[in-house]
Design a protein around this ligand. Structure first.
Ligand SMILES: CC(C)(COP(=O)(O)OP(=O)(O)OC[C@H]1O[C@@H](n2cnc3c(N)ncnc32)[C@H](O)[C@@H]1OP(=O)(O)O)[C@@H](O)C(=O)NCCC(=O)NCCS
Length: 163
């Protein structure tokens, strides 16, 4: 079941993120984003007994000369190693993207596995006109309105990313 994360889940989420990445950095990032009020969408994949996966999106501003658009940055997504390759990561990404769209975001950017995210509609071509701290095949975007991201602009990540 995919549902919103609640404060009761936070300790378990920390463990899921730590085990997925085999380090603390991403779990610390999740907590800093929450502390800063930048957890725009935070979902968990939960069974009756455990949290198996987690995804977080933070606000991403796309600043153009006469307007600033609201988009989202997907990071991080984590599935406990024992539960990987069963479709949980995909369910989290689809549900999270849909939630960002409902919230009025014009698109989503991600820095991640170039062979994985294209199956959800992300592409490096959509991201390439953005002025961002990242570029190349791992920096991908998905747009909900045609041209919303390909028209370019300077991206501003949430503070916790430190970029
Ligand atoms: C990436 C991750 C969230 C996917 O979760 P999942 O539940 O296993 O995902 P799904 O079952 O929906 O999809 C599995 C697919 O993801 C692919 N995948 C996983 N890691 C990948 C990687 N590093 N590069 C490319 N593809 C990858 C698998 O090969 C598999 O492909 P297949 O469907 O062709 O067999 C999970 O592997 C994870 O937590 N990894 C460690 C943390 C991480 O790397 N997060 C993403 C950072 S960008």
């Amino acid at each position: 079941m995919i549902r919103d994360a609640t404060a009761f889940d936070y300790a378990a989420i920390r463990q899921v993120v730590r085990h997925a990445f085999d380090q603390n950095d991403e779990a610390n990032l999740v907590e800093q984003l929450r502390t800063d009020g930048d957890a725009l969408v935070e979902l968990v994949a939960a069974s009756d007994i455990a949290i198996e996966g987690h995804i977080l999106y933070s606000p991403l501003a796309i600043v153009r000369e006469h307007e600033t658009l609201r988009a989202a940055a997907l990071a991080p997504v984590s599935v406990l190693p024992a539960f990987q390759k069963r479709g949980i990561g995909g369910e989290l990404i689809r549900a999270g993207n849909a939630r960002c769209r409902e919230l009025g975001c014009v698109g989503v950017v991600v820095l991640g596995h170039a062979a994985y995210y294209p199956r959800f509609g992300f592409s490096p071509q959509i991201a390439e006109s953005l002025q961002a701290p990242f570029s190349g095949p791992h920096f991908m975007a998905l747009e909900f309105e045609a041209g919303a991201l390909t028209a370019g602009g300077k991206v501003r990540y949430a503070k916790a990313f430190g970029v």
